[in-house]
Design a protein around this ligand. Structure first.
Ligand code: TRP
Length: 348
């Protein structure tokens, strides 16, 4: 692990403490790309944590990053965005307290992107790991929107003065760039009294779950269980999961990654250590393991799924929640843009 990553994890653990002792001093902005139903990796990796932070009394803004998905399959966007709102509400995000909004609906947020672009160089963007990967994959065809993606993300974070951003490791460079932009903006336009806070990354403490085939979990890889899947679909998917031929079930993440991953999944659901699940199963083999995992996961997700099924039939409600969140985000972004114009001497 790199020293930056170790430092980021240590800082994140301190922040976790700070949030618990003084939740009211934090504003969290987090977001997801609307690329289809959320899966259990999202749920155990971040969604559950967001709900806990919300219960603690931290102010929470949840952004649906539709501008980060417009190049994928735009015709699916309305359905995917609605589905995401349903996933959030089913998981326990409370629209009475949290602000759920779609990036494209907040014009004033997007207007921050131009001034922010002026604070970043082309070579800095080219060095960003996500942008670098995209350029490597797409060559000269990489869009300028993709090229400037970390700058839009900085606008997502800074428009509401968020000081805490729950993210996975892959997103750390983006939070770092948001900090850089905040610093440069403050230095240039608000030297005496910094206007933007420098946001910090909050990395989840949940163990990493792999997909059912032992590779990184992802919807497009077909190895993830959707939060909204039925109990039968879940059981079928788990029955098809990759394991190994050893009869005795043991928790050995390095030697038996697939079996250990299933044990971790059951362990999270049952709130016990993975080794204890393994001992319980003993010589039962892969089929017993899979039964335990299915039952544990289905039991754990049952209330969320029941809520989600109900919400799926309340499309007007989902749209109203989003409209209300959009309106609140527009209000916040409007205030920020006004102040930014003032500071930049562009109010005439
Ligand atoms: N890029 C993030 C992802 O791929 C989604 C996202 C967009 C986001 N804007 C954000 C995450 C702002 C945190 C903060 O998952």
């Amino acid at each position: 692990m790199s020293s930056t990553l170790i430092a980021a994890e240590r800082r994140s653990a301190d922040l976790e403490q700070a949030v618990r002792s003084d939740p009211a001093s934090f504003r969290i902005l987090t977001g997801d790309r609307p690329t289809g139903p959320l899966h259990i990796g999202h749920y155990f990796g971040t969604l559950e944590n967001r709900v806990q932070l919300q219960q603690l009394g931290v102010e929470l803004l949840v952004l649906i990053a539709d501008y980060q998905a417009i190049t994928d399959s735009p015709a699916h966007l309305p359905g995917d965005v609605e589905g995401l709102v349903a996933d959030y509400l089913a998981a326990g995000i409370d629209p009475g307290r949290a602000v759920i909004f779609a990036h494209s609906q907040v014009a004033e947020l997007n207007q921050l992107v131009l001034p922010f672009l002026s604070l970043v160089s082309v070579s800095e963007l080219r060095r960003n790991p996500t942008v670098k990967d995209e350029i490597a994959a797409g060559g000269g065809a990489t869009s300028a929107l993709m090229f400037t993606y970390p700058v839009h993300q900085a606008a997502d974070i800074l428009f509401c003065h968020a000081n805490l951003v729950p993210v996975g490791r892959d997103q750390l460079p983006h939070v770092e760039l948001a900090r850089t932009i905040a610093r440069r903006f403050n230095d240039r336009y608000a030297p005496g009294a910094p206007y933007f806070p420098e946001p910090e990354a909050l990395m989840g403490t949940a163990p990493l779950l792999l997909g059912l085939d032992g590779r990184k979990m992802g919807k497009s890889r077909g190895n993830a269980i959707a939060l909204g899947a039925t109990a039968d679909e879940t059981a079928r998917q788990i029955r098809a999961a990759k394991t190994d031929a050893e009869r005795r079930i043991t928790y050995e993440p390095d030697r038996r990654p697939e079996v250990s991953n299933l044990l971790r999944l059951a362990a999270i659901c049952l709130d016990v250590p993975p080794g204890a699940v393994a001992e319980e199963i003993g010589d039962g083999g892969a089929s017993a393991l899979k039964r335990v995992v299915s039952d544990a996961l289905n039991d754990r997700l049952a209330p969320i799924r029941a809520r989600r099924a109900e919400l799926a039939g309340q499309r007007d409600h989902l749209r109203a929640v989003l409209a209300q969140g959009n309106a609140r985000a527009q209000e916040i972004a409007g205030e920020t843009l006004r102040a930014v114009k003032e500071l930049m001497h562009t109010r005439y």
